[in-house]
Design a binder for this molecule. Sequence first.
Ligand SMILES: Nc1ncnc2c1ncn2[C@@H]1O[C@H](COP(=O)(O)OP(=O)(O)OP(=O)(O)O)[C@@H](O)[C@H]1O
Ligand SMILES: [Mg+2]
Length: 252
Amino acid sequence: MSLEVRDIGKSYGGFKALDGVRLTVETGALFGIIGPNGAGKSTLFSVISGFVPADEGRIILDGKAIDGLSAPARARAGMVRTFQVPREFRHLTVRENLMAAAPQQTGENLLGVFFRPGRVNEEEAAIADRVDQTITFLKLTRVADQPSGMLSGGQKKLLELGRALMAKPRMILLDEPFAGVNPVLIDEIMERIAELNGRGIGFVVIEHDLQALTRLVPRLAVMDRGRIIAEGEPRAVLDDPLVREAYLGGVS
Ligand SMILES: Nc1ncnc2c1ncn2[C@@H]1O[C@H](COP(=O)(O)OP(=O)(O)OP(=O)(O)O)[C@@H](O)[C@H]1O
Ligand SMILES: [Mg+2]
């Protein structure tokens, strides 16, 4: 799945959170986004995924404009995002959280329950299977039936990834998957991302942990004050004087 962001602008009051952002992510890519606090990285994800409307510009998925689609419709189209602060239901178990993240089920439609009960059971069984596979894949078996509020920071990030996977995505936008995660689990999360990427899922990853991110992605873009100020291979980008200046001058 390819993603093209064309000249996106987004203002809050008089403040330009996004100011003419242009970006292309090729099918199956592992692409990074870095930048100082407040640069507009999370806002860009919100606009791409349909949680926040842009003031101007277009979002193109596989050659088709998706600006008119809701966030759930974009997820059904194959693109999902995770949040900087994990949004799991704290009182639900890991398994229940994954169940709840499965896309629209026939059973939610009352007519479906009355007229196609067999189909509903089949669908529930398929979702339960998928939840089991996801738990195994993310190595969350030991905590699968614990309330997710009790998970460590890293396990919550894994659950957040798992919730995204329930939508059977072709592209996942990860907002700071390593924030608040211990080094061992960072490696674990990184391996899972690389493995999913090997299966053809594209990733765009926002991260402040440059050491981890540069090990993960072959290409990244740098945002500062609502704009993309550099893009390319990580080492070259980090050597760019504009980028160095943004980091030295821009952190609030
Ligand atoms: N709903 C909103 N209302 C007003 N201002 C907002 C809103 N959302 C974001 N902003 C502002 O837009 C700017 C960009 O915010 P954003 O969260 O996208 O930054 P970021 O690059 O993700 O930063 P961080 O690295 O700290 O997560 C910030 O100045 C923020 O205060
Ligand atoms: Mg952010």
